[in-house]
Design a protein around this ligand. Structure first.
Ligand SMILES: *[C@@H]1O[C@H](CO)[C@@H](O)[C@H](O)[C@H]1NC(C)=O
Ligand SMILES: *[C@@H]1O[C@H](CO)[C@@H](O)[C@H](O)[C@H]1NC(C)=O
Length: 431
């Protein structure tokens, strides 16, 4: 069964903010115990309270406790440690002064057959609430995913911005995986005494279908639930790009151009400018995905166990060491091809990629000790000397010079146009 983890974007939001920025010193610390708000969601008389949450209608207290334990842990990670705006605060105000309300969670069996949970919104209060199907009350991946939506609502500036719509799922799954497995949440997991879980990383989808637009909201074939490793890459920022790292949250929301319906890539483009181009960032993301070199042990383990089944058949062979991308797998907007290579000669390798629009090509070379080095191929050309025991992968990303105002739910011809490229290889062939 497909587990739909839905959000509902609302329309007709009132009132943008005036907001003189509050300095942190001007704001009192939030209370340890938030107040209840019985008006958010359907309410009810059967509930159990926790510091930051109220659970309505759980089957029993054990279920309620097991529902909230991961949520309180996720609250510690994202809100306390990483400084995301608390979902206890109304998004109708810019203030951090409160009041702070408990996030209401409703067990319900009215979500429809394919929906595990969703996030509702009270636009007047500016507060979200979670609806969770009975079987999913104690599934941390499901409830923390919805918690990701509640935090995105609290961050305000993506609401009703249609082109961000599909990215809400990408962010929510990043929140779920980060809570479950990422070293970033390790301290919060320890403090709240929860165990880490299994990663939801899907190597066969993310790498095997890396030619898709970077976030593709097409039902059934898209990647918007799976594309979240991009955020793992941005947050870990192993390349030390100015503007990336854990501060991309909340900047990706707070620096969103108000009511512009721009895409998250536009915000990221401003965050890394002027020192780095967004095209370089996306190119390096895909280069790191060649070996899942993200300082994330559970993603690395999932990659190792599934890599034999990943589809890497991206090129057709021409003559004379030349290859052309298969048209069905030509990388679409900000997508890429990841092409493992095998050395045929002494290890001296020369690569020339040619295409008629903007792209970023990189060699990702993994040493026997696991370290990966990255060789940029300016204008598609360059080379390296590969030692024995090293694994070499060519990565070609479609990184047009201008960002598109693309809506992943309604992909335009431009967003789905593949990068038609040819590559000449000397000293290596595709595996
Ligand atoms: C609580 O409810 C769950 C789900 O219906 C059930 O599996 C469990 O046995 C119940 N536990 C107690 C202590 O009643
Ligand atoms: C990034 O910075 C860290 C900490 O200073 C350093 O260890 C690492 O080598 C740097 N990485 C790159 C790719 O420059």
């Amino acid at each position: 069964m497909q587990r739909l983890l839905a959000i509902t974007l609302t329309s007709g939001l009132a009132a943008s903010a005036t907001a003189a920025a509050l300095t942190p010193a001007a704001v009192a610390a939030p209370p340890d115990n938030f107040q209840a708000n019985t008006a958010v969601g359907p309410g009810g008389s059967k509930y159990k309270d926790y510091p930051h949450f109220r659970v309505y209608n759980a089957q029993n207290d054990t279920v309620a406790d097991n529902c909230v334990r991961p949520l309180e842990a996720a609250y510690q990670c994202f809100v306390v440690d990483l400084h995301w705006r608390s979902p206890g605060l109304s998004y109708n105000s810019e203030s951090e002064a409160g009041p702070y309300y408990k996030l209401n969670i409703y067990r319900t069996d009215n979500l429809g057959a394919n929906t595990a949970a969703n996030t509702g919104l009270d636009t007047r209060a500016g507060l979200a609430f979670l609806n969770v199907g009975s079987p999913y009350m104690t599934d941390p991946g499901t409830v923390v995913h919805e918690f990701g939506h509640a935090m995105t609502y609290a961050a305000h500036w993506w609401i009703d911005q249609t082109r961000t719509g599909a990215w809400w799922e990408t962010i929510a799954n990043w929140v779920a995986d980060t809570y479950l497995t990422d070293p970033v949440c390790e301290s919060a997991r320890k403090r709240t005494n929860v165990a880490s879980g299994n990663t939801i990383f899907q190597p066969k989808k993310v790498i095997g279908d890396s030619y898709l637009p970077i976030v593709d909201g097409s039902r059934g074939t898209g990647n918007y639930y799976e594309a979240w490793p991009f955020f793992t890459f941005l947050v870990h920022n192993l390349d030390n790009y100015t503007g990336l790292g854990i501060d991309i949250f909340p900047n990706i929301w707070t620096k969103y151009k108000r009511n512009s319906d721009e895409t998250p890539l536009h915000v990221l483009e401003r965050l890394v400018a002027p020192s780095t181009r967004i095209q370089t960032v996306v190119g390096r993301y895909w280069a790191r995905m060649a070996h899942v070199d993200l300082a994330h042990p559970k993603m690395q383990a999932a990659f190792q166990s599934q890599r034999r089944n990943i589809n890497y058949a991206n090129l057709d062979t021409l003559s004379g060491g030349n290859y052309r991308v298969k048209s069905a797998r030509a990388p679409r907007y900000m997508g890429a091809n990841i092409i493992p290579l095998k050395v045929t000669g002494s290890g001296a390798v020369i690569v020339t990629v040619k295409a008629s629009s903007g792209f970023t090509a990189t060699l990702a070379i993994k040493a026997a000790n696991g370290q990966v080095r990255y060789i940029d191929l300016p204008k598609g050309a360059g080379g390296a000397t590969i030692a024995s025991g090293e694994e070499t992968t060519l990565v070609v990303a479609n990184t047009p010079d201008q960002l598109l105002l693309f809506d992943p739910f309604k992909l335009s011809a431009e967003a789905t146009k593949g990068l038609d490229y040819q590559v000449q290889l000397t000293g290596v062939t595709p595996v």
